[in-house]
Design a protein around this ligand. Structure first.
Ligand SMILES: *Cc1c(COP(=O)(O)O)cnc(C)c1O
Length: 372
């Protein structure tokens, strides 16, 4: 048995003809950078998230970066985010010329600890970026409440959580700005790099639109220094098709997660991912925490099960952010998790039987390493 970590060719096989027709249409239209296919996807994605606006951009990293600039973040400002996420969030803050301020996460959800956020606020804090990690959601009610009290903008990093909800509200609509990635392996993935910004705020919408196109207000009138971060028309066309399948794919991911939970919940040495009351988790990554992670991982690899680690080195211990001056022990929850995390295969092309097989092999590998 061999189970890949993701299987994009299998995902695309089902709608192959539809994708090729849509791409042919773009080729025939002559509009490749932005244009009608992107505008259409923007309308559909805004409607999906429940926001007034969605702006297509070049990647999730650029969505974060341009959102920060649009929110007025710049030199001398601080932006608070988590120590345990993907490095893009902190990079975007640094590229906006602001100082990233890292905080630790909640032990159960591994998302931003609201108390740690509040404790990190200084007179220079301009924005906070909670990360909706693994398809779960950060504690937005608490975070937004604290942010409002201090006049801080809330930017969601929703790159791993397309379609996730808290109560009835989808990610991208839980703060002031939402940032999405459509990197191919995400729950909603393009045929290359792409991203989007969502907001209900007219001014932020206008500013992000200008920033992604050289700060242009109208052709050849540059109101601010911007960048080129247009979404490709081919990506817009592909994403419009895929968006119609997103809810089904997310439901399938949840079914796989449930199969894992049933098979593993009685296994004492495994910490399983949690779904909080009122939360709709979209299971982008199924990250468990186990002892002897590295040995279990290689044992599974030898049996054809590809696993991964999200993420083995927290941001504050990366050389790139060494200048922040945090040593080992600075963010104990993030650090301990990093040493124990193992992501099991989860994607819409897997079935529950395969998940049960992975779980059985995992249990065997845990016994072998416990005995060793
Ligand atoms: C993927 C990802 C990003 C970056 O998105 P790109 O489209 O790859 O630039 C940012 N934040 C998180 C949490 C991600 O998972």
């Amino acid at each position: 048995m061999s189970i890949p970590f993701v299987d994009l060719p299998a995902q695309h096989a089902d709608q192959q003809d539809e994708y090729l027709r849509a791409i042919a249409e773009v080729v025939g239209s002559g509009h490749f950078a932005g244009g009608p296919a992107v505008e259409r996807f923007e309308r559909e994605f805004a409607a999906y998230c429940g926001t007034k606006f969605a702006i297509g951009v070049g990647s999730g990293t650029e969505a974060l970066w341009l959102s920060l600039i649009a929110a007025g973040v710049g030199e001398g400002d601080e932006v608070i985010t988590v120590a345990n996420g993907f490095i893009a969030t902190a990079e975007a803050i640094a590229f906006a010329k602001a100082d990233p301020v890292l905080v630790d996460v909640d032990e159960t959800t591994l998302t931003m600890d609201p108390q740690a956020f509040e404790a990190a606020i200084s007179p220079r804090t301009k924005a906070v970026i909670p990360v909706h990690l693994y398809g779960g959601t950060a504690d937005m009610e608490a975070i937004v409440k604290i942010a409002r009290k201090h006049g801080i903008k809330v930017i969601e990093d929703a790159a791993q959580a397309h379609g996730a909800r808290r109560g009835g509200t989808r990610t991208g609509n839980l703060g002031d700005i939402g940032c999405f990635s459509f990197y191919p392996g995400k729950n909603l993935g393009a045929f290359g790099d792409a991203g989007a910004v969502t907001t209900n705020d007219e001014l932020l919408n206008e500013r992000v639109r200008m920033l992604r196109e050289h700060g242009q207000e109208e052709k050849n009138r540059h109101q601010m220094i911007g960048w080129n971060s247009r979404m490709d028309a081919i990506q817009g066309a592909v994403l419009s098709i895929k968006l119609r399948h997103l809810d089904d794919w997310n439901a399938h991911r949840r079914m796989i997660a449930e199969a894992y939970r049933e098979a593993l919940s009685a296994t004492g040495r495994v910490i399983l991912p949690a779904e909080r009351e009122g939360e709709f988790h979209v299971q982008h990554v199924y990250a468990i925490r186990i002892p002897s992670r590295d040995r279990v991982m290689s044992q599974l690899a030898s049996e054809g099960i590809t696993t991964s680690i999200h993420y083995p080195v927290p941001i504050h211990l990366q050389e790139a952010f060494g200048h922040l001056g945090h040593g080992e022990g600075s963010f104990p929850v993030s650090e301990k998790a990093a040493s124990m995390l193992l992501s099991l295969p989860i994607h819409p092309q897997m079935n529950a039987e395969q998940a049960r097989n992975v779980a059985e092999m995992l249990k065997r590998a845990l016994k072998v390493t416990a005995a060793a």
